[in-house]
Design a protein around this ligand. Structure first.
Ligand SMILES: C[S@@+](CC[C@H](N)C(=O)[O-])C[C@H]1O[C@@H](n2cnc3c(N)ncnc32)[C@H](O)[C@@H]1O
Length: 212
């Protein structure tokens, strides 16, 4: 588990930057304000940062521009190749949310955009517990991802996608592990974090958790 979407992302890697530019009508609302969402996540990060699901390196680039010490983890070889070509100075390693090379210095922030939904609920809990052990008090987890306020809201969005004949989007929402705010709130609280959620487009929220 954890790497079950590698093949899909190897295939998507070549057209991914085109999708996030809003050129795919099915995903337009998902990637609305994409650049701004990544900038907001990058602004909240500090010090030594571990980034998960680097993709083509768009968030990594912003973190590096902000002068941060970034260790990027990306399980898809296709995505890693593109990120390393775009950002030859970046450290982009073969790793994922649950299994990643050990970092030789204290980690201050874990970040990710558009990726945490690849973990099942149980895996999300395991990941948050792991980060809790690696962070000091005040350390942060800043994730931007599709989350729903409630299960009912999620069902409504899936129904609406089907009505619009956005079949790829509807399948994606049903296949991957999109969760709700109450579930995430519990997982973070159980593992010693305070957490806040801010909605940035019809799908994506910024999840900002601080280790107590
Ligand atoms: C939708 S892309 C997001 C890329 C980039 N973060 C962005 O915001 O544009 C999702 C990325 O998460 C990666 N991914 C999938 N499963 C993962 C896992 N278990 N751990 C870490 N990354 C994963 C994919 O390979 C892909 O590069």
């Amino acid at each position: 588990m954890g790497r079950e979407f590698n093949k899909l992302f190897d295939q998507w890697s070549h057209s991914y930057d085109n999708t996030v530019s809003g050129n795919d009508p099915e995903y337009e609302a998902v990637f609305l304000h994409y650049d701004d969402i990544l900038s907001k996540v990058a602004e909240k990060a500090s010090g030594t940062v571990v980034e998960f699901g680097v993709g083509t390196g768009n968030l990594t680039e912003k973190l590096l521009k902000n002068g941060l010490n970034v260790y990027g983890m990306e399980p898809s070889e296709g995505m890693r190749k593109i990120a390393m070509k775009k950002l030859p100075e970046a450290k982009v390693l073969d790793g994922d949310f649950l299994d990643f090379p050990s970092i030789p210095v204290q980690i201050d922030t874990f970040v990710s955009t558009y990726a945490f939904h690849h973990l099942t609920e149980e895996e999300k809990g395991t990941a948050i517990q792991k980060y809790s052990l690696l962070l000091k008090e005040g350390g942060r987890i800043i994730f931007g991802d599709t989350v729903f306020a409630t299960e009912e809201a999620k069902s409504e969005v899936i129904k609406d996608s089907k009505r619009k004949k956005f079949n790829r989007l509807a399948e994606d929402l049903e296949r991957e592990y999109y969760t709700t705010i109450p579930v995430l709130q519990d997982l973070f609280n159980q593992n010693g974090f305070s957490v806040s959620f801010t909605k940035l487009n019809p799908f994506v929220w910024i999840i900002d958790a601080k280790k107590l």
